[in-house]
Ligand binder design. Structure first.
Ligand code: WQD
Length: 339
């Protein structure tokens, strides 16, 4: 029988790409979202890309009654939990909103899963749990140290799931620590569409390339890195989505829980990415070097070998494809999903 998987935060950037990957992998997908940080237009695009009517529920994951109704209607055998606020700076300014939404949402989902006997969950975690890494590349046993409320909610989320599994061996939890998700579906029909000024590098660069922003500010070129700018492990969102399918296959095929890094293992600097984007788009990306952004680390990239060993998954798409697919999305949708 085809397993039904519930995606929370389903119309968001990573979740919408995962929706397509899970359907292609043979899962029946049910999406739930409250559109707090995404557009209903995504559903239209998913309908077009998958050739299927998306099974979707508009609801808030912190709403216990609504989640109970969703579970009773769809009887999922697993959950991929994406729904969370994810802006580091915003989390520092609004910690209560982040704890309420990110921790409250996870607790509500787990409570309903427990009630309904659904005990497989894939949790969207983040490399931000490593804080400022002491050694590179980062392995899953590297020390964790949240440096902002957003990172705390990811670390606490992992602890909640760990304790749940320790209390009840029937629970199977997969914590996926994303490095830097970028890029877009090769069709150009879905992609990253941040509201307001993008916090992250690639969407900002994309908006400069398409003419929505004049210049990029490079946050510091005095780091101990090859060209002085920050180095990160950028991973194509399509590779990341496949990582979720691989994690779910493992949860259904084997007992037990796991935590893995989802990264490429390759670090690129800010200027590497700018040059690659100019190459992919044929557009100049003018920039200014400005002071460092508080909280940034010099370099952060994964040792992705555990995911290969455990899930048989590795990232395949390189920086050029990440930029090409991002540019196709941005140039086809200069103002994102909102027309
Ligand atoms: C990448 C590099 C910046 C913007 C964040 C979150 C992390 C995760 C991924 C959720 C850094 C530089 C950036 C700009 C710049 N999100 N930069 N100018 O900070 O590695 O990670 O997003 O899970 O939790 O912390 O990603 O894209 O913001 O920055 O120079 O306008 O680009 O200094 O070196 P980051 P980023």
């Amino acid at each position: 029988m085809t397993p039904t998987v519930l995606l929370t935060g389903a119309t968001g950037y990573i979740a919408s790409h995962t929706w397509l990957a899970l359907q292609a992998a043979g899962f029946r997908v049910v999406g739930v979202d409250n559109f707090a940080n995404s557009s209903p237009q995504v559903l239209q695009r998913l309908r077009e890309l998958s050739g299927q009517e998306p099974v979707f529920e508009q609801a808030d994951v912190t709403d216990l009654a609504a989640m109970q109704a969703v579970f009773e209607r769809h009887q999922p055998q697993a959950v991929v939990h994406f729904a969370a606020y994810k802006a580091v700076g915003e989390s520092t300014a609004q910690p209560l909103a982040y704890y309420r939404n990110n921790i409250g949402g996870l607790l509500t989902i787990c409570q309903v899963m427990q009630q309904q006997g659904c005990k497989r969950i894939v949790f969207s975690s983040s490399a931000t749990v490593y804080g400022a890494p002491k050694t590179l590349p980062i392995v899953e046993s590297s020390p964790t140290q949240a440096t902002n409320p957003y990172g705390e909610t990811k670390l606490m989320g992992e602890a909640i799931l760990r304790d749940l599994g320790a209390a009840d061996a029937q629970w199977q939890t997969a914590c996926l620590r994303y490095f830097n998700p970028v890029g877009a579906h090769p069709s150009g029909r879905i992609g990253e569409d941040p509201r307001g000024t993008p916090n992250n590098l690639m969407p900002y660069v994309a908006q400069v390339a398409v003419g929505r922003r004049a210049r990029l500010s490079v946050f510091g070129n005095d780091y101990p890195t090859p060209d002085g700018t920050g180095v990160r492990d950028y991973i194509h969102v399509v590779d990341l989505a496949e990582g979720h399918a691989a994690a779910l296959r493992r949860l259904f095929a084997h007992e037990g829980s796991f935590t893995v890094n989802l990264g490429t293992g390759q670090g690129y600097s800010v200027l590497d990415l700018v040059r690659a984007y100019e190459q992919a788009s044929g557009r100049p990306i003018p920039y200014d070097i400005v002071p460092r952004r508080p909280g940034d680390v010099a370099a952060c990239y994964a040792d992705p070998s555990a995911a290969l060993t455990l899930l048989g998954w590795r990232a395949n798409l390189g920086l050029a494809r990440m930029c090409e697919d991002s540019w196709r999305w941005q140039s086809m949708n200069p103002h994102g999903f909102e027309i």
